[in-house]
Design a protein around this ligand. Structure first.
Ligand code: VGL
Ligand code: ZN
Length: 199
């Protein structure tokens, strides 16, 4: 039987209450994920990891405000408040997250010119993070996803997991959403259509 891994998406201070891009009640996922992780032989974490002045930050585009959109060479990009800057406290994992058993940390969004929501590909949908190759080499065929935010990094990771041929389950109780302009409903539909199991 294919091996399974839990992928914990972006449970970082900046996505929790008090952080730069706080997801409402984002910190509530921490105890749920800690419990969930105990049931998996393999745990992988992702960490949003931007250089200062990243192109996804509204502050990098004069006249633009957070949550507006901007046309990048690879398509439309939502602009965010500065968040998860490499080496800052905001980029660290939530202090309550029990991450010591994690076998891999995938950092993403470290190329200044491209944002990255998915754990598999950056937002140009071409630049790989290396996760597909890692999972294949480790003979992991099924991934369960949890973390922040449901409608951005979790959803894009789940969709790419399916497109890369992995079984994918999202544990909604262990996720919280940003929900920008109906993004939660839209991404929920996309995940269902792609064969992502939502539990
Ligand atoms: C995320 C927006 C920008 C996420 C990361 O983790 O969902 N969202 N960077
Ligand atoms: Zn980001």
């Amino acid at each position: 039987m294919a091996k399974e891994a839990l992928i914990v998406i972006d449970v970082q201070n900046d996505f929790c209450p008090g952080g730069a891009l706080a997801v409402e009640r984002g910190d509530e996922v921490v105890p749920v994920i800690n419990r969930l992780a105990g049931r998996f032989d393999h745990v992988i974490l992702t960490q949003d990891w931007h250089p200062a002045g990243h192109s996804s930050f509204a502050s990098s585009h004069p006249g633009k405000a957070p949550f507006e959109t901007f046309e990048m060479p690879y398509g439309e990009q939502t602009l965010w408040p500065d968040h998860c800057v490499q080496g800052t406290r905001g980029a660290e994992f939530h202090p309550g997250l029990e991450w010591t058993r994690a076998e891999l940390v995938i950092r993403k969004g470290f190329r200044k010119a491209i944002d990255s929501y998915s754990a598999f590909f950056e937002n140009d949908h071409k630049t790989p993070t290396g996760l597909t190759g890692y999972l294949r080499e480790r003979e992991i065929g099924k991934v369960t996803l949890a973390g922040l935010a449901t409608d951005f990094c979790v959803a894009y990771s789940a969709l790419d997991a399916r497109s890369q041929g992995f079984e994918a389950t999202v544990v909604l109780e262990a996720c919280r959403a940003i929900d920008l302009g109906g993004s939660l409903a839209a991404m929920t539909e996309k995940m269902k259509a792609a064969g992502v199991e939502l539990v």
